[in-house]
Design a protein around this ligand. Structure first.
Ligand SMILES: [Zn+2]
Length: 362
């Protein structure tokens, strides 16, 4: 966005009105000007800079030592120094402003400066990182049915298989998620009844990262079964990898390009970050499910488990067990396409909320 000097945009309206429309004698006009102007300059309306940040979603980078600041908005950046009448827009254009004041650790922005900055900064929250791709993995497939339950539908024997439910749910999650995260690819590890090795699923997800700044999320969908006998257990469970698991999360070629010691440190930091992000993504999914599907108990919550898919995906990754096939109530629910749609909508809403949180700087 181009910057326009403030003086061109707001041609001193109050004083101009007094002079030109009343056409009073010269001395009188000076007195009126003083009367009008004094209260304005006597108590400049200012507001804490945090109000500007709240209003615009911009981020303030403040250098306490150099006493300079940069506001990062969605449309523009503005550099400023308290007490200076010049701000720098987009690191190139100068903008005349009423100076920002720095008093007792507080940055106070005059009203005219706030309005000019708000116009330039834009209104959208600042996104400094984006999720490149979200991989939705339908558990099992092909000759591997996962867990299953034999039941009857209209008097006919039916075998309900985990692999069919996970594929149906994964497709529904993909369709529901796409419009909510238009900047991210939403991909399936399988879109038909085929068998994939666990390593093929995570390798696929890992291969999507073209460089170190790409952020990818991995969500594997499964259906629970504690044993083949009927159970009272029900509800959704989310698993992530225990943080103390020593895994290589850096891309091998990237790791090889680093000093071995540096590589170990970065790997540890990255592993911690992925664990934290996995928990946050899992919590976002559970929150959305408890909001949108009150009939699905989620007190089983988030758990750690050393599943292959969460271990081998070099990214924030969770495994969702959507419910129990050997719980009579949940078996009935999972056989209904309407319930599966609501379940998929809730999972998608949770992932979308997490993506929004991940991309937005607070
Ligand atoms: Zn499974």
């Amino acid at each position: 966005m181009a910057s326009t000097p403030l003086s061109q945009r707001n041609p001193a309206p109050i004083i101009g009105t007094v002079n030109s429309t009343l056409r009073v004698p010269r001395i009188a006009s000076i007195i009126i000007l003083l009367v009008v102007a004094l209260p304005l300059f006597g108590e400049l309306p200012t507001a804490d800079i945090r109000e500007l940040l709240d209003e615009t979603g911009a981020v303030l980078e403040w250098d306490e030592f150099g006493r300079t600041g940069v506001l990062w908005g969605s449309d523009e950046s503005i550099g400023f120094t308290p007490g200076e009448e010049i701000a720098v827009v987009g690191f190139s254009d100068l903008l005349h402003v009423e100076p920002i004041l720095y008093q007792q650790g507080q940055l106070l922005v005059p009203e005219s400066t706030r309005a000019a900055f708000a116009d330039l900064l834009g209104q959208a929250p600042v996104r400094l990182r984006t999720v490149t791709a979200i991989v939705v993995d339908a558990g099992h497939g092909g000759h591997d049915p996962g867990t299953y339950q034999d039941t009857t539908v209209n008097g006919q024997p039916v075998r309900v298989m985990e692999k069919d439910l996970t594929l149906d749910l994964a497709r529904r999650v993909q369709a529901a998620l796409r419009p909510q995260v238009p900047e991210s690819l939403v991909l399936l590890t399988r879109d038909s009844d085929v068998y994939l090795e666990l390593g093929e699923r995570t390798e696929y997800a890992n291969s999507l990262r073209e460089d170190e700044t790409d952020n990818i999320l991995f969500v594997s969908i499964h259906v629970n079964s504690s044993s083949l006998t009927w159970t009272e257990a029900r509800g959704m469970e989310v698993y992530y990898l225990p943080p103390d698991h020593d895994r290589q999360v850096l891309d091998p070629s990237f790791a090889a390009s680093l000093d071995p010691e540096v590589s170990t440190i970065i790997n540890d930091l990255r592993e911690e970050e992925y664990t934290r992000e996995s928990v946050m993504m899992g919590q976002a999914v559970l929150d959305a499910v408890s909001r949108q599907l009150p009939e699905t108990p989620i007190e089983r919550g988030i758990n750690v488990a050393n599943f292959f898919v969460v271990r081998e995906a070099r990214m924030p990754s969770i495994l969702i067990e959507v419910g129990f096939l050997n719980n009579r109530q949940e078996l009935v629910l999972l056989q209904q396409s309407g319930y599966r749609q609501r379940l998929a909508d809730a999972i998608a809403a949770g992932i979308a909320a997490y993506v929004d949180d991940f991309e937005t700087v607070h």
